[in-house]
Design a protein around this ligand. Sequence first.
Ligand SMILES: *Cc1c(COP(=O)(O)O)cnc(C)c1O
Length: 405
Amino acid sequence: MSSVILPANPSESRPGRFGVYGGRYVPETLMAALVELEHEYASAKADAAFQTELAGLLADYAGRPTPLYFAKRLTEQLGGAKIYLKREDLLHTGAHKINNALGQGLLARRMGKKRIIAETGAGQHGVATATVCALLDMECVIYMGDVDMERQELNVLRMRLLGAEVRGVSSGSKTLKDAISEAMRDWVTNVRTTYYLLGSALGAHPYPTMVRDFQRVISIEMKEQILTKEGRLPTAVLACVGGGSNAIGAFYEFIHDRQVRLIGVEAGGCGTELGQHAARFRGGEPGVLQGTYSYVLQDENGQIANTHSVSAGLDYASIGPEHAALHDSGRAEYVSQDDAAALDAVVRLARTEGILPALESAHAIAECLRIAPTLTPHDILVVNLSGRGDKDMGILARELKLQDL
Ligand SMILES: *Cc1c(COP(=O)(O)O)cnc(C)c1O
């Protein structure tokens, strides 16, 4: 992350707006805090000392740059495109989330805030945030739905061990969107002392822009690595899309390279009816959820729909606003892969490459398994492997009946 000069963003029409999407739909009490955050972030971004400290932590603490690995056996088995994996799964805490947590943690410290709050679904963002708070000696409160706390008990224990307080949320569906609402309520109350460390490229401006900037390091490295290894750009970059942070991080540097296909993979869940999946572009419509205007899964009355995915990290009713703009302009393509395909992809990658992907990342692998055989050996696919699968062992054991294998 050495460069601090950003090129004009083709999809950011004016600050905080991606085409018609994005914006800042929040209660009046948060407006001043978001404006302050926008200014503080702009000044940090332009500050060489801030960038140097972040780059140092990304390198020595998180483990960047992550390798771009040529998956030789998988490539041979599929008999089409060459497949490369960007190994975000090798980062400290096991996923790309640490890139953003470190960036925002340093920003919070710079702003003089000593108390951090965050929301978490599967617990990965909560663990990354608790980790950074331990490192920077800050108070940490994590909001998590009761259902998710039960599903992801190990991550709850991890956060507590790291010194964070985990607050269960028992309203609504007791999952991620309810945890976000509760974190926003806390922020409204404690806005002077508290920094809200949001975990994806979502929410009110400046979060989608800021989180994307902190994840942009993925495509900066990816581009340099593929040019070194292959001397040309890939045919396509693939990434799973929950809120959209690993995907926008993996896509960003290629947006101007129009010959590179950008493929986002949403959670197809267990069916195509509303409530059975989290495929916002297939089943959603534009609307406002949690501070931003984007595609939202909703019923005919505008009530937020329930969602389902075997992977908690993709299980959210809305999607980052920059993806909404990339979708509408046709610059990026969005597809979905269902629970069964993701589970198959986990097994396939584990057994051909000895890599156990997170269930989220497995959705991108599943799409890669589908399209690689339709391409030629001259084609290159780069899949962003957003995280590792250790956290999913409980679900995998149950779903794959591992005890019977
Ligand atoms: C949280 C998470 C995701 C989904 O979040 P994005 O913001 O869409 O990247 C994907 N993969 C892993 C491993 C995660 O932990």
